[in-house]
Design a protein around this ligand. Sequence first.
Ligand SMILES: Nc1ncnc2c1ncn2[C@@H]1O[C@H](COP(=O)(O)OP(=O)(O)OP(=O)(O)O)[C@@H](O)[C@H]1O
Length: 257
Amino acid sequence: MCGRTDIEQWGQMNKDAIQLRSVTRRYGSGDSAVTALDKVSLSFPEGTFTAVMGPSGSGKSTLLQCAAGLDRPTSGSVVVGGTDLTKLNETKLTLLRRERIGFVFQSFNLLPSLTAEQNVALPLRLAGRRPARAQVREVLEQVGLGDRARHRPTEMSGGQQQRVALARALITRPEVLFGDEPTGALDSQTGREVLKLLRGMVDADGQTVIMVTHDPVSASYADRIVFLVDGRVNGEMVGASADDIATRMTKLEAAPC
Ligand SMILES: Nc1ncnc2c1ncn2[C@@H]1O[C@H](COP(=O)(O)OP(=O)(O)OP(=O)(O)O)[C@@H](O)[C@H]1O
């Protein structure tokens, strides 16, 4: 492991919203098997913002998918608020994902025929709950779109659509919010606005956020950056500047230590 290896302050934070314990994810078998994650152990304290970075193919998306219960590790466990996801059957895992985890992707994945408020209310409807209009409005206000509730995705900018996707992820008040390149499809100014929103949710509401990104400036909004190389944790940085993160990434991409 290179770089800072023991970050004492980090270990003394709030209790963990999520833990990965020796998580391995292998694809395929025999000679063509790929180990996308190799015994990864990580803790994510409540109310913190973590960015996951690493060269292409280092296992970032696989880590996020396993942590969010969208994929199952080959071995190891993922514990969300005391529940071991790897021990749940499909039905219980689906319920947990629906009620306790939020996800935003690079592509906003909004339903084009629904208005912003209908898109935001969807997770509650899928869970068989009747969404209160006030609750939907409140979360739309939270992302600065109180005045766009009746607009459809095609009537909104990319940044506005991503904010609707954020509101949709937040409507269930998830314990952990995951983002897979959430600003990847946005111009840099709009991307910054979404990152500021995420930062604000962590600071004001104690939201736990875990985000994969390639962009050092985006990662600098996080409290901590975890670096992956070849499916293993290669080090961490806490409170790092975009320049320091970029330097570290350049070194990792040139010659991982
Ligand atoms: N469904 C799959 N089947 C086989 N191999 C896979 C599958 N998904 C990922 N991999 C392999 O696992 C490794 C990690 O992939 P992953 O997508 O997690 O990396 P990444 O860091 O997110 O990459 P990128 O930055 O390019 O998106 C890669 O070698 C990839 O080819």
